[in-house]
Ligand binder design. Sequence first.
Ligand SMILES: Cc1cc2nc3c(=O)[nH]c(=O)nc-3n(C[C@H](O)[C@H](O)[C@H](O)COP(=O)(O)OP(=O)(O)OC[C@H]3O[C@@H](n4cnc5c(N)ncnc54)[C@H](O)[C@@H]3O)c2cc1C
Length: 531
Amino acid sequence: MYSENLLENMELVEKTRESREKQQLPILNEKKKEKLLSSFHPDYRLSGFRALRVGVNRGDRTVHEIADLLEAFSSFDYREINFEKPDLETDVLVLGGGGAGITAALFAHSAGAKVILATKLRLGNSNTIMALGGMQASVSENDSPIRHFADTMVAGKFQGRRELVKAMVDDGPSIVKWLLDLGVNFDRDEKGNLLTKKAGGSIAPRILSIGDYTGLNIIKILKDEIRNRPEIEILEFAPAVELTTNEFGECNGAILFDLERKRFVLVKAKSVILATGGSGRLHIQGFQTSNNFGATGDAIVLAYRAGAKLEGLDSFQYHPTGIVYPDHMVGVLVTEAIRSLGAHLVNSKGERFINELETRDVVAAAMIKECEEGKGIKTPSGRVGVWLDTPVIEERYGKGFLKKKFPALFRMFMRVKINIEKQPLLVYPTLHYQNGGILIDEKGETTVKNLFVAGEAAGGIHGKNRLMGNSLLDIFVFGRRAGLAAARRKYNEPGKQTLSHLERYYQELKSLRITTVAKTPRIFQEYIVGD
Ligand SMILES: Cc1cc2nc3c(=O)[nH]c(=O)nc-3n(C[C@H](O)[C@H](O)[C@H](O)COP(=O)(O)OP(=O)(O)OC[C@H]3O[C@@H](n4cnc5c(N)ncnc54)[C@H](O)[C@@H]3O)c2cc1C
């Protein structure tokens, strides 16, 4: 339910709706886009960044929050661990129980490897389960992997690595087939063909979805599949806190921390797949986030200390439509499909200020501009946002449309007495996605031998801006690739487990006189009550 002052400003949204519907806002030319981005997008705020002082990427620019993670000592004292005697041994150790991790575990198992999957929370508790809008894959008649490749490269400002983008788009159709065979029921048209929708920045309709709960449905199926394979050992509430390496610097296992028993678990493995997701919970540059509580960038810390190269960690995606009211829903995502269907973004004067179908970075920058220039709407707790006029859609497509097409969104707001058919939502950009990560090759392997990465933790694919729906595709494509490649290492001799990489890293920190009280990996972000 909206407060008095918000209801008052909302009247202006209602009054101007009809005239706004007649308005055609142009797509900005490149020069104007660049000006808007460089003035208002958080990726361009010089004060938000610094150069890394340690490790393989020393000198590279990243946000303070990631630099703080990397220029820090471990949260734990590992002296009590007996490295001669691992608690568990396996061929492939998968870290992370979201879409990428479960996929990797399934394929490694199918390829004949012994697999352990360890995850921070419960299996499936992840960003994947929250994915709403859908997944890109070139399966429709008028589409092809080449067109998908072009869209992805353009969206990423040509900073994505060609070989990785090619791998992702080429594998798209076969990944869809795999998911369908498992029982994922993507939406279909009246003729029974897969229903594909066009996303912002795409030249062909390519988004496959299941209502507005695509990720939830896929994770449900993947969980069933992995639970049906009892040989895969699943360890829940067991986050990885460090990797181990042998005398050649190759990865050969990890240290987990059993959150329930409060003890370390040493796992020896012939290969390790990091699939621990992104870093939205770090609230980079103070932004609200759409991400789940597990997304604290742990993979970056673990891999970097082990010597893996990172790429593109100066670029993050701020999804334009994160909720700013009511307070307990701050950061929650409203799917882009709402804007694709014609919802307007409206400032406190009742005006549209940007073509809503511009790419996410441009729309987010335009919203920040409005708010910084005093044309935002203030909530009772002092946050600021602009209106997302959802009733426009209802008027355009007829009564009951929103409830039918976005059942999850509709229900979520009815619970707080906001009817999206009649009332707009108050939104502001929300930290959504880590565009970069740990550099991988086409097999998903990092620059550290026997260490693979899949999913949002990986870098090199999306360049400076991820296309909507490409993350769900990339987690399955590189989950499969990493799972299969890691399984082929099952004849490896992993060697003795050590933390010598960590000792070297600490020495570097100390020699640079970096003194920090921060302890990482963070595992859980701390919140101050009332924050
Ligand atoms: C609200 C929302 C909506 C989205 N909608 C879409 C969409 O429509 N289409 C699209 O393509 N993308 C979408 N995305 C992005 C996409 O869902 C994610 O990027 C993707 O699912 C990430 O998958 P993942 O397996 O790499 O990571 P996750 O799914 O986040 O899984 C990571 C797992 O690792 C665990 N973990 C974390 N740290 C550790 C550790 N130290 N040790 C062990 N385990 C650990 C986590 O608990 C979690 O289980 C959305 C994201 C959000 C947040």
